[in-house]
Write a protein that binds this ligand. Structure first.
Ligand code: IMP
Ligand code: MG
Length: 185
């Protein structure tokens, strides 16, 4: 496996900055859902690091669930409006206050499809919390309630986000230098 520093263009968000912002998001969510039922839904796999750190910062009682999707795209680094549900939720969300926890919103296609699907299941409320938002890449309008960081149009990895499934464990968000990246065999 290629050492990440060979294709790391820059550390965009260092670990301490990430954790500080996640603590703020957790506090904000805790305030908003005081005295209410809360259910967090994580979209696998990219959102998993964010979910586990975020839930440690949420002081109100809450439950979690996971769903896995893949999107049909043009090339591997683009997504389209079409999603395939690879693993559905394990629990019913009817009547629950749901927050969808995402790693990154790019075109907005993925989020908009997942949001549409969950809406049909009649949650009491449905909000979105994303760690990263590439606002300038947006193709579909989506309402995002909690945003960690707005970032520029650069391909990023680490902290849950992968390069061909690897490097998710890195504690920071880095920018990829695609010219120096060698995909695994
Ligand atoms: P969208 O459907 O275009 O909004 O794309 C969202 C999904 O694309 C995310 O959940 C990620 O899986 C992936 N994605 C978009 N940009 C990046 C990136 O810079 N690094 C890694 N994954 C990304
Ligand atoms: Mg994702």
């Amino acid at each position: 496996m290629q050492p990440y520093h060979e294709f790391l263009d820059e550390v965009l968000i260092p670990e301490d900055v990430l954790q500080k912002r996640i603590a703020e998001l957790g506090a904000e969510i805790s305030k908003d859902y005081q005295g209410q039922d809360l259910h967090l839904i994580c979209i696998l796999k990219g959102g998993v690091m964010f979910l586990t750190d975020l839930m440690r910062r949420i002081s109100v009682p809450h439950t979690i669930d996971f769903m896995a999707i893949s999107s049909y795209g043009v090339g591997s680094r683009r997504s389209s409006g079409q999603i395939r549900l690879n693993m559905d939720l394990h629990e019913d969300i009817q009547g629950r206050n749901v927050i969808l926890v995402e790693d990154i919103i790019d075109s907005g296609n993925t989020l908009s499809s997942v949001f549409g699907l969950l809406r049909t299941r009649n949650p009491a409320s449905l909000k979105v919390c994303t760690l990263l938002d590439k606002v300038e890449r947006r193709e579909v309008e989506v309402d995002v309630d909690y945003v960690g960081f707005e970032i520029a149009n650069k391909y990023v990895f680490g902290y849950g986000l992968d390069m061909d499934q690897y490097y998710r464990k890195l504690p920071f968000i880095g920018v990829v230098d695609l010219e120096n990246y060698i995909p695994p065999e």
